[in-house]
Write a protein that binds this ligand. Structure first.
Ligand code: ATP
Ligand code: MG
Length: 633
């Protein structure tokens, strides 16, 4: 209780005494020159944090640790795809980053230039990100799973001077060549990068383009000893651009600053993740996503922690692989996604129990709603706090979480906790814009400006889109909309009910897709479910559910299917009432998701309504949507 009371005071201070609060947090990083102003919000909604300060992300992540921890583990690379395991100390990481920085400089890259990174989860990708930060170049990492079309639009948008890439990635033991996709993307794009630095893993042969393609291995040898000092940049200098997942439409290019981001991450290591210097952080994400930027690369390293970079699946060679890494590298903080936990849940829990997990303090999960059955399962298997984090690519670090030494008892399953310090979170009525102050009212989750340090500065090269997309959706107010729909209970815990686009309106009753999904997934046979609202002449909209069974062999015949469908409907009736009952529950093998594991409800909805599903370039498995299409026929 007192812990929670303390946190309430901590949060209040972060809002009411904003500049003093962030001034203190800013002492967690190194500054070449101190800032003269903590927050300039003279031109809302554009916030300029730590103006006048000079710093560097790479210095804070790498160089400043050389004094005390040069020989400590910094980057732990594990690939179950290529059976390679290699540990870099801070000293070694520092050397590799300088070599990469020297190579980029030799290709003409300098401060403010963009460098696009299209790479699998290999150490050179981390070197490239840190090398860009080192020389003040702006990186734009594109997830390695994207094909030419998506890649081309990102090349066009970022107009990079150089691209860093590799011959191939590997997924489930299958080599995925990257170079042909990259060459095709450059062909499709109207912008042509001058140079392409190619890391050759020896997985797939590729054709070199004379005069453009540079061999990393050879260039590295030429620059073994080249010294590249950190370029001190303004706190507001852009460090990178990154695209949102594209779950709801065209991805948006998020632009992040330098100083605010470094401070936000350093503070989050202390107040959210409880990671200490010298410990090991393991985030199972990919560098192509924001979690990978903040919590595979920058956050842990800024915090003086070792970070694990894992290339491979969670179930290969078996479902114990992640936990074996926790034991081996004494991981203290782990970060993953609900979708990955749901995968593990299908396997025997002896895969978890087999390992010594005593080093682990907590497991953080983010990216999509963490349903209660999944949270319960992993919590009881691990016996550790499971902390749901709610945030967005735009914010760069959590908006909702439990903070400051949380205990298992503080978690409420189904809730990502409370507003994180620095975020002035409000629930607003989406029609009137009025603030909903009472408990248990549903509204849009919004953030009053300024956004705290570390959040997006703007949409890359499109200030208007930043203002129009994020700050203009609530009538009469300039607030940042998350476009998520939520509810806050009397204790200040939030529950995310789904995206505002996904709210279903059945005969005047507004329901979050998440509420219905949560209810359906409490059926013991349901592994995963997506609910969408489908236009209906009579009721406006009806809910349709698509569920994956834990054991598909249960669907022996039509009678068995009908029985299951009836059971699911009955559960929803009992928990939420008949208005929320889906008009149909259909069973599928797999649900359509983005490459980052998010349900593509808009695509399912479009297919159900016989519309064109729109931009599907971020979709993982096209067969999943086809199956739903076939069911509608
Ligand atoms: P786009 O903005 O391009 O449509 P996206 O919103 O999926 O894609 P991300 O920034 O990767 O892109 O995802 C952020 C969104 O993910 C949040 O707005 C929210 O809808 C969902 N989300 C993230 N974490 C959680 C969580 N802990 N609980 C519920 N939902 C979450
Ligand atoms: Mg979004």
């Amino acid at each position: 209780m007192s812990q929670q009371q303390n946190y309430a005071d901590f949060h209040r201070r972060s809002i009411e005494d904003r500049d003093a609060f962030w001034n203190e947090q800013a002492q967690l990083i190194d500054w070449k020159q101190p800032f003269s102003r903590v927050c300039n919000y003279d031109n809302p909604p554009f916030a300029r944090w730590f103006e006048g300060g000079l710093t560097n992300l790479c210095h804070n992540a790498v160089d400043r640790h050389l004094k005390d921890r040069a020989d400590q583990n910094a980057l732990i690379f594990v690939s179950t795809e290529t059976d390679v395991e290699h540990v870099y100390s801070f000293r070694e990481l520092h050397a590799e980053v300088q070599r990469m920085a020297a190579i980029l400089q030799a290709q003409g890259v300098s401060k403010g230039d963009r460098v696009l990174i299209y790479m699998p989860m290999i150490p050179e990708a981390a070197f490239a990100m840190l090398a860009c930060a080192r020389i003040g170049a702006i990186h734009s990492v594109v997830f390695g799973g994207f094909a030419s079309h998506s890649l081309a639009s990102r090349i066009e948008d970022a107009s990079p001077v150089a691209i860093v890439s590799a011959d191939a990635g590997s997924r489930g033991g299958k080599v995925v060549p990257y170079k042909p996709l990259l060459d095709e993307a450059i062909r499709l794009s109207s912008h042509k990068p001058a140079k392409v630095v190619m890391v050759d893993r020896g997985l797939a042969g590729f054709e070199r383009v004379e005069g453009r393609d540079v061999d990393y291995g050879q260039a590295r040898i030429e620059h073994m000893e080249t010294v590249v000092p950190c370029e001190w940049v303004d706190a507001t200098h852009p460090s990178y651009t990154l695209y949102t997942s594209g779950t709801t439409g065209k991805p948006k290019g998020v632009q992040r600053d330098t100083g605010g981001y470094a401070v936000a991450l350093a503070a989050s290591m202390k107040h959210i993740y409880m990671g200490e210097p010298g410990e090991t952080y393991f985030s199972t994400s990919d560098i192509g996503w924001v979690v990978g930027h903040s919590y595979i690369i920058y956050g842990p390293l800024i915090g003086g922690m070792a970070t694990i970079m894992y290339e491979g699946l969670p179930i290969r060679p078996d479902a114990g692989i992640w936990w074996s890494l926790v034991e081996k590298y004494k991981v203290s903080v782990m970060f993953s996604a609900p979708t990955a936990v749901r995968v593990l849940k299908k396997y025997d829990s002896s895969f978890i129990k087999k390992y010594d997990l005593s080093s682990l303090k907590a497991l953080f999960l983010a990216g999509e709603p963490l349903d209660e059955p999944t949270a319960q399962w992993i919590s009881s298997e691990l016996g550790k706090p499971i902390i749901d984090n709610y945030w967005q690519t735009e914010t760069g670090w959590p908006i909702l979480s439990l903070c400051n030494g949380v205990e298992k008892a503080d978690s409420k399953f189904g809730s990502p906790g409370k507003a994180v310090y620095g975020y002035n979170v409000k629930l607003l009525d989406d029609q009137t814009g009025e603030e909903l102050k009472g408990g248990n009212q549903k509204g849009v989750v919004a953030i009053e400006g300024p956004l705290p340090p570390g959040c997006m500065q703007t949409v890359w090269q499109d200030d208007d889109r930043f203002v129009n997309t994020y700050w203009s959706s609530v009538p009469g107010k300039m607030v940042y909309s998350t476009f998520d729909w939520g509810i806050r209970d009397d204790d200040g815990y939030y529950f995310i009910l789904g995206r505002t686009d996904d709210v279903i309106n059945v005969a005047g009753h507004r329901l979050g897709t998440r509420e219905i999904e949560e209810s359906i997934s409490s059926h013991p046979q349901i592994a995963e479910v997506a609910v969408v609202g489908v236009a209906d002449q009579l009721k406006g909209q009806v809910a349709m559910a698509f569920a994956v069974l834990k054991d598909a062999s249960l669907l022996t015949d039509e009678a068995a299917r009908l029985k299951l469908e009836g059971e699911v409907m009955k559960i929803v009736d009992g928990q939420l009432g008949a208005v929320a009952r889906p008009s149909r529950v259909q069973f599928v093998n797999v649900l359509p998701k983005t490459r980052s594991g998010k349900l593509l409800r808009r695509a399912i909805q479009a297919v159900c309504e016989g519309r064109d599903p729109g931009d599907l370039t971020t979709m993982d498995d096209p067969a999943a949507l086809q199956q739903i299409k076939d069911l509608q026929a």
